[in-house]
Design a protein around this ligand. Sequence first.
Ligand SMILES: [Zn+2]
Ligand SMILES: [Zn+2]
Length: 312
Amino acid sequence: MSGETLQVYFLGTAGALPTPVRNPPCIMIRRGTDTILFDCGEGAQQQMMRARCGFTIDAIFVTHWHADHFLGIFGLVQTMSFNGRTEPLTIYGPSWVHEFVETVKRICRFNLKFTLDSGELSDGSWVRFNGYTITAFAVSHGMPALGYVLEEDHRPGRFDREHAISLGIPPGPLFGRLQRGETVRIKKDGEEHDIQPSDVMGAPRPGRKVVYTGDTRPVIPALITHAKDADLLIHDATYDESEKKRATEFYHATAAQAGEAAAAANVRTLALTHISSRYTETTTHAQEAKASFSGTVIIPDDLVMVEITYRE
Ligand SMILES: [Zn+2]
Ligand SMILES: [Zn+2]
């Protein structure tokens, strides 16, 4: 089974202020035919054009109500309406999401041709999609703020073809039925036997997992609960260690703290984001994150796309 594609587009990687090369926060995840937006900073539409990833958004998850994380929504929904969208769209987020969506509707009142809904989430609440779940977890940003985990359903275990043949199952349709979880009956040596899927299938294999913290101080216990063994952790790394006091004061994280979180949660790849506009280069961020985390560290530029493969 080759599975669905899972792609993460870094459309905006700046901190609170945009820079000539980094837009405010916006991360798009494409999973199969679904497209989900996490935060939608100012200028997100043009970033989508530059990344050539389209405007067909199925849901928007906002981490918190600082303007750098939502200002792009106003223009985006008007463009969707202009383009003839009719399918409803839900914006999810922490408390105040209902008021926010009402505000968007008021501002766009003559232009919206589709239904805009709001879904309030809190620590541990989740939204089910076809083949995966998005779960919210509380982070520490001095106001109601959520991180999100996109986790795929388990994949079926590996089918042991040689073993199936040795049990007397003829290659063909019975293989497919076992792989779909059905018990099959075969005749061997003149006697009938039931073969269970577990006789020929390995243990279910975990799906892929992508975690986005949004803006936050380090929340390692929550990450160990929600981000354990994630394929990709996208973590606030607004500052480097020279600004550690400022990071704590403004409820952000340093690159070193993001590295410690990634190590504690045993993730595969750590992506540092929400880089403060004071930094024109990020070598120090990378070095500091690597001090405690031995996995892969990336500091994506805007428009970088990362493809998440299955672990084998
Ligand atoms: Zn922010
Ligand atoms: Zn913020």
